[in-house]
Design a binder for this molecule. Structure first.
Ligand SMILES: Nc1ncnc2c1ncn2[C@@H]1O[C@H](COP(=O)(O)OP(=O)(O)OP(=O)(O)O)[C@@H](O)[C@H]1O
Length: 587
């Protein structure tokens, strides 16, 4: 089939060549095609790499590219120490394409002729329009220019006077029904098509320009600046007063809008800077309300930043922690301006205990489970649990919920579903944000538990255990904080470990827990709910050069802790299917 195709491509006659010649030709042709394919692939790869590196550069370097004919300009924020700042030169030379535009161009998407077109509207204070003039001309000559007062905004006032239908539109809506002619600087009614008008963003601390922009966004049919400032027959001198009279500035609305409006295009970090400037330079009446209303958009980048900082792509931050991180960032930005959150009445401050918790990497990992995923895992496992497993499950969840600190021993031969039971309990507790520490006496058993570790590694148990040893966990350390927050400890393959290992952990937990709650000193494991599990018929603790009695004495069942244990037995071997089970009964 392939040969037929090749012949067809080369126009080769089927019957004219002997078989071996045709085969040789086909092989040559195949090789040629293979070489061409490889070349093409190399070209595409190189293109891809170039595209990626360009995108990367755009991202990392602030997208600074000299591009002739590209009219966009932007202010770039770069590390100041390496930069000799010539602001004017920078403003003039700064032609760039953003990362979005770069990718748009790389994928060859259409840049122009998109419908409807977007029109950038000009805005200026009375008599403060931009003027282009020849530098050789004198001031008188420049000022005596005929059309000096003709601007897009002034032409809008004129059109409002001239056309009745124009008075139904705000300045921003104007391009939808009127066309602006740059040659004679006039607006005339649109005959076909439409266009979207946009006013450039003006920073809230710009003053009059900012208030003029607010008015132009809402007032229809203005015929002059005075008309724009006239409310209920009173002409106000200041745009700000006119805004107040129109009820546009009540209740800090303008500050809320000032953050919301750029949130469609600005990054969270830029919005945080804006928020800080508004706090410092604008008269915000209710700081807390502004914070409550806007913190979510300010926190937009925080999760990503923290994932990168902690090198932990799966990091999930609940709202409370996102707020704390955002407050820390805002405090840092305020400090750059010699201010602090304390200077603004009503603004919340970063919570010390939450901050400590946040910086605790050990605890963060334990709290970082996806609760929705855990809930669905629990639902799935719980549905198939047998009666014995359910009994243990209910008792353990009850103990955790009521903080009664009970100790359970789950006894069952291999395959009776102990690990399955632990997994169900772990998923249940993690789905509601509770902390579970699953450990096992042996590394291989620890691997079967979600987030499991060996007991020695997790609790820093000493290698040489005695009746007095304690774990190497200091009060106030990250691990101590994790243990304080822990709701359940699961220790699988417990019969394998020396009773002194459990007693060492018991002493440590009593010590740590009694620092906050003196009663904990009298409770096994300091009042933590414990599940120990395993099978005494399997491997027992190894006692070096010990006799059979020594091994039995080393078992958990000979510990002072054993009387506290509620023993549950799992009888059904879940590993065997029905046929095997009959065989097992027969055996
Ligand atoms: N209630 C259940 N429903 C469905 N499958 C189950 C259930 N309980 C256990 N199993 C399955 O039975 C098998 C053995 O269970 P599991 O590994 O939990 O037993 P185990 O007691 O921990 O065994 P071992 O001591 O050898 O590690 C696993 O494949 C598990 O998924």
């Amino acid at each position: 089939m392939a040969n037929d195709e090749l012949r067809h491509q080369t126009g080769e006659e089927r019957t004219t060549k002997p078989k071996h010649q045709a085969g040789q030709k086909a092989r040559l042709l195949l090789r040629e095609l293979e070489t061409k394919k490889k070349k093409k692939l190399r070209e595409l790869e190189a293109k891809g790499k170039r595209a990626l590196s360009l995108l990367d550069t755009c991202h990392k370097m602030g997208a600074l590219l000299e591009q002739s004919g590209c009219k966009d300009k932007a202010t770039l924020d770069r590390k100041r120490e390496h930069l000799e700042l010539d602001e004017i030169d920078r403003f003039l030379k700064c032609r760039y394409i953003s990362a979005c535009e770069a990718s748009w161009r790389l994928f060859s998407f259409h840049i122009h002729h998109n419908q409807p077109s977007m029109m950038k509207l000009k805005i200026h204070l009375p008599g403060k329009q931009r003027l282009l003039y020849n530098q050789n001309k004198s001031l008188e000559e420049v000022l005596s220019k005929e059309d000096i007062d003709k601007t897009m905004l002034n032409a809008y006032f004129v059109a409002n006077e001239k056309y009745e239908e124009a008075r139904e539109l705000t300045y921003v809506q104007f391009p939808s029904r009127f066309v602006y002619h740059t040659d004679d600087k006039t607006w005339t009614p649109r005959k076909h098509g439409t266009s979207i008008g946009r006013l450039p963003f003006i920073h809230p601390i710009a003053g009059d320009d900012y208030y003029l922009r607010i008015l132009l966004n809402v007032v229809k049919g203005s015929t002059s600046f005075e008309h724009l400032c006239t409310v209920g027959g009173t002409t106000f001198k200041e745009f700000r007063d006119a805004c107040y009279a129109r009820g546009l500035l009540d209740d800090d609305k303008e500050w809320h809008d000032a953050i919301f409006e750029p949130s469609y295009w600005a990054t969270g970090r830029q919005l945080m800077r804006l928020f800080v400037l508004i706090l410092i330079y604008c008269e915000v009446a209710n700081h807390l309300k502004l914070w409550d209303h806007t913190w979510k958009i300010l926190a937009e980048d925080i999760l990503y930043m923290k994932q990168r900082e902690f090198n932990f792509p799966g990091l999930i931050l609940p709202d409370l922690k996102l707020q704390q991180y955002t407050l820390i960032e805002i405090e840092r930005l305020l400090k750059e301006n010699d201010k602090s959150l304390n200077d603004f009445k009503g603004m919340p401050k970063p919570n010390e205990s939450v901050l400590r918790e946040i910086s605790n990497t050990v605890l963060r990992q334990e709290l970082n489970y996806d609760t929705a995923k855990e809930a669905s895992e629990n639902e799935k496992l719980f549905a198939t649990m047998n009666e014995d497993q359910q009994k243990v499950y209910n008792a353990v969840v009850d103990s955790v919920d009521n903080q009664s600190g009970q100790m359970f021993f789950v006894y069952g031969a291999g395959g009776t579903g102990k690990t399955f039971l632990y997994r169900t309990i772990i998923a249940k507790l993690r789905s509601v944000g509770k902390v579970v520490i699953p450990v096992a006496s042996a590394g291989i058993a620890a691997l079967l538990l979600p987030g499991g570790r060996t007991a020695h590694s997790r609790f820093k148990l000493p290698v040489n255990l005695t009746d007095e040893t304690v774990c190497e966990i200091t009060a106030g350390s990250m691990l101590a904080t994790l243990i304080a927050k822990t709701d359940l400890i699961i220790w699988d393959e417990a019969p394998m470990a020396h009773r002194q290992a459990f007693e060492t952990l018991d002493r440590t937990l009593r010590n740590l827990q009694s620092q906050h709650n003196p009663e904990a000193a009298n409770k096994p494991f300091g009042g933590k709910t414990m599940i120990l599990g395993g099978d005494f018929r399997e491997v027992l603790p190894v006692v070096a050069h010990g006799s059979r009695q020594d091994t039995v004495k080393a078992s958990i069942s000979k510990s002072y802790l054993w009387p506290y244990a509620q023993v549950y037995t799992l009888n059904t071997n879940m590993r065997l299917n029905q046929a095997d089970r009959e065989f097992a009964v027969w055996v």
